[in-house]
Design a protein around this ligand. Structure first.
Ligand SMILES: *Cc1c(COP(=O)(O)O)cnc(C)c1O
Length: 437
């Protein structure tokens, strides 16, 4: 197979996600034959530094030898067994380890295969909890302006991105949104904490009026990634937790993108010193290897379902729930966190990356340069409506994979990026800015 053959066959047979297929008349698909570390290779020896971790899933590089080895070993034992009525070692071990990472406050793990399904599970579980308590009116959800929680019909109802939503609006259950604590929206001179408190008052106003019909408030802690890496102060999460408690509304932390060390702590909500009622995880959970997601919850929620009556139980299933291969990849990923002290090591790595990106932060066309843990983002002044597409194309010619969101360029690199690769990332991004006015 060569590059051209793969492209032609793909455009005939594959309907690609998040894509107007006609755009590929002029914008070439990127054929990939293999991956190693931060690099993706095509069939002709071209390579691209994966600065966005392949849609935010990869943590320890492509073709990671330790994850590969764990998968090979599991493959020889058991590829899959249904999880209804059956169980297996990888899923038990993974559940225990994840629970331990929440100090056992979220001790019950419910699995699915992708992020949107985790959102669906958290929404259903929250409502069913209230229903089991006789509070059947609690069947509405609250989310932030600019929220993204996935694109299935239930998840899309709590997603506030017009492009993804508009065509499907008639299918969606109505919900409410409150102002985002996105720090870029603070008044001049207003501290991040003061702005967070102002946004939390809007949340409180909304819940004081609507708590009786609201099951849960769902939030992407610290960084609303799909909104364009909108970052907020941890104070907002602290206040949101207290407000949700006051009004008897569940707090769902969607850490599908920000979990697994992405924001600097293992889970983003840790930085606020709080725990959610539901924690949704996916993306990095398997190191970027296999589709896997989980919703973790408390004893209190779990016990509300525990009864003789089948209909009080949580009624939800996916064919591949708790797949042993995916769970093994997740266990190998957690082992790397442990063995390599990744959270601590990433502090040094993030400091080096921040130092080297200072040239970007000072660039005359760059606005709102920001960083949280292993995420960097900034807006670029440009009058070009095709800015995002041009940056993507220009970056590819410079061995770099960037996928801006509108005028926001961001870096979310795998945690194995080295100094030479950081220099490539920053140097080539500067060159891209010169090339795309
Ligand atoms: C990616 C993402 C999802 C959806 O996950 P999929 O696996 O793409 O369905 C949900 N929430 C957040 C915050 C995400 O970043």
């Amino acid at each position: 197979m060569d590059n051209r053959q793969l492209l032609e066959r793909s455009l005939k047979a594959v309907w690609h996600p998040c894509t107007q297929m006609k755009s590929h008349e002029t914008l070439p698909l990127v054929p990939i034959s293999r991956g190693e570390g931060v690099w993706l290779y095509d069939f002709e020896g071209n390579r691209y530094l994966d600065a966005i971790s392949s849609w935010w899933v990869n943590l320890f590089g492509h073709g990671n030898p330790r994850i590969n080895a764990a998968l090979r070993e599991q493959l020889e034992r058991l590829e899959h067994v249904m999880l209804a009525g059956f169980t297996h070692e990888p899923v038990v071990e993974l559940s225990e380890k994840l629970s331990a990472l929440t100090a056992n406050t979220l001790g019950h793990c419910f699995y699915a295969s992708d992020g949107a399904s985790a959102t669906e599970i958290a929404l259903k579980m929250s409502h069913h909890y209230w229903r089991n308590l006789g509070r059947t009116a609690k069947c509405r959800y609250l989310s932030l302006a600019g929220s993204y929680h996935g694109e299935t019909v239930g998840a899309l109802a709590v997603t506030d991105v017009a492009l993804f939503r508009d065509a499907y609006e008639p299918l969606l259950r109505p919900g409410r949104t409150v102002a985002s604590p996105d720090a870029r929206l603070a008044e001049a001179g207003e501290s991040p904490a003061a702005f967070a408190a102002r946004c939390a008052r809007a949340l409180e106003d909304c819940l004081s009026e609507h708590h009786a019909e609201t099951a849960a408030f769902i939030i992407e802690p610290l960084v609303q990634c799909a909104a364009g890496m909108a970052m907020h102060d941890a104070e907002y999460l602290r206040l949101a937790r207290a407000i949700c408690d006051r009004y008897e509304v569940h707090l769902i932390a969607d850490e599908i993108a920000v979990g697994f060390g992405r924001t600097g702590s293992f889970f983003a909500h840790e930085q606020a010193g709080i725990r959610p009622d539901f924690l949704c995880l996916s993306k990095g959970i398997s190191g970027g290897y296999l589709p896997l997601s989980v919703v973790m919850t408390t004893d209190r929620v779990y016990e509300a379902f525990y009864a003789e009556d089948v209909t009080r139980g949580f009624l939800h299933s996916h064919s591949y729930t708790g797949n042993p291969l995916a769970a093994s990849a997740a266990l190998a990923t957690l082992a790397i966190f442990d063995e390599d002290g990744v959270i601590g090591a990433n502090r040094g790595l993030a400091a080096r990356l921040s130092e080297r990106t200072s040239a970007l932060a000072k660039h005359p066309r760059v606005r709102h340069f920001r960083n949280r843990g292993m995420i960097w983002a900034f807006e670029v002044e440009s009058g070009d409506p095709q800015f995002s597409r041009k940056v993507f194309t220009e970056a590819l010619t410079r061995q770099l994979l960037l996928r801006p969101i509108g005028h926001t360029i961001y870096f979310m690199p795998p945690y194995v990026i080295n100094d030479a690769e950081i220099d490539h990332l920053v140097g080539q991004t500067l060159a891209v800015l010169d090339a795309v006015p």
